[in-house]
Write a protein that binds this ligand. Structure first.
Ligand code: AMP
Length: 287
């Protein structure tokens, strides 16, 4: 039940949010941080609710990070729904929203190249060149600004989560990374800000992605991955509006490809599919 007297603090400037956070830290407040690109849905809100529960203050950031997009059209058409986002965050009793401009985050071009431990080489990293370097760049900047005790990331972006865990360990950033389960629509489609760009016909067939992953989990154990890949390609590409980009089964920690998924290898099946012009990703753990 939202508190009608609750009003979230909104900051656009780095210096102002830093002053606010320092004051809160001086009062021994713990900070839970949820970085997002906005167009919020129940998946994001599940992270916000967890952060609110586990900390004295919840900070959400909304920033559509240009340097993590490898496709200009995807960046230009990324949904931006700030007014609805503010209502949703208020209803979830998130205390602070950080909503900076591009100039605020990148006052000048930043060419930092991050060591991502090779975790960025396959899957999303192979198909979206520079994507994870851009993610690392913004997440590191945001962590320096917000100085959270805990930061919350969704398992929906499985490779991103593994990379963020590596990044904070490698750079010695003092923040605990909390993984949160994927929130799905009633028909199984993983919630995503991009879902709202699907046409009604595309939206109808998109749940096939998760249904395919469920079948892989049920029947794929100890099967040869190469065979499973061919089967997945047939299942997905059967629909003229869908095109498989990749399907991989990898070890959940190292992201190294697995040849025969069995429980000792902690396998996770990851998939990317173009549904019309919209690129959707999903994954499922075997155990
Ligand atoms: P984004 O706004 O897409 O950058 O996502 C912000 C955070 O929300 C990331 O940590 C995502 O993994 C997480 N997230 C996005 N969709 C979901 C979902 N359906 N369930 C859980 N977490 C999600």
């Amino acid at each position: 039940m939202p508190d009608i007297f609750f009003i979230m603090n909104i900051f656009n400037s780095i210096s102002e949010i830093k002053i606010h956070i320092s004051a809160k830290k001086a009062q021994n407040c713990s900070i839970g941080f949820v970085p997002t690109m906005g167009a919020l849905h129940k998946g994001h809100i599940s992270l916000i609710e967890k952060a609110c529960k586990e900390n004295s203050l919840c900070v959400c950031s909304i920033f559509v990070n240009p340097v993590q997009f490898n496709n200009n059209e995807d960046f230009a058409k990324y949904p931006r729904t700030i007014d609805t986002d503010i209502t949703l965050l208020n209803d979830a009793c998130c205390e602070i929203l950080f909503n900076p401009s591009e100039k605020e985050i990148y006052p000048e071009a930043d060419n930092t190249v991050f060591d991502l431990g090779g975790l960025d080489k396959n899957m999303e990293g192979a198909f979206r060149k520079g994507h994870f370097n851009g993610v690392a760049m913004v997440v590191k900047k945001l962590f320096e600004i917000i100085t959270p005790d805990k930061a919350y990331f969704g398992e929906k972006d499985f490779q991103q989560l593994a990379i963020i865990k590596y990044l904070v360990k490698n750079l010695g950033i003092p923040v605990e990374i909390i993984s949160c389960p994927t929130v799905r629509e009633a028909d199984g489609l993983a919630m995503s800000s991009r879902n709202q760009r699907l046409s009604p016909e595309e939206r109808k067939i998109a749940p096939v992605i998760y249904q395919t992953l469920l079948k892989i989990k049920e029947y794929g154990i100890s099967q040869e991955v190469e065979k499973l890949k061919k089967w997945v390609e047939k299942e997905i590409n059967f629909y003229p509006a869908m095109q498989l980009e990749y399907f991989e089964i990898v070890n959940a920690e190292t992201l190294a490809p697995v040849t025969f998924p069995d429980s000792t290898e902690n396998p996770v099946a990851c998939i990317a599919v173009n549904v019309g012009k919209i690129r959707l990703i999903d994954n499922i753990k075997f155990v």
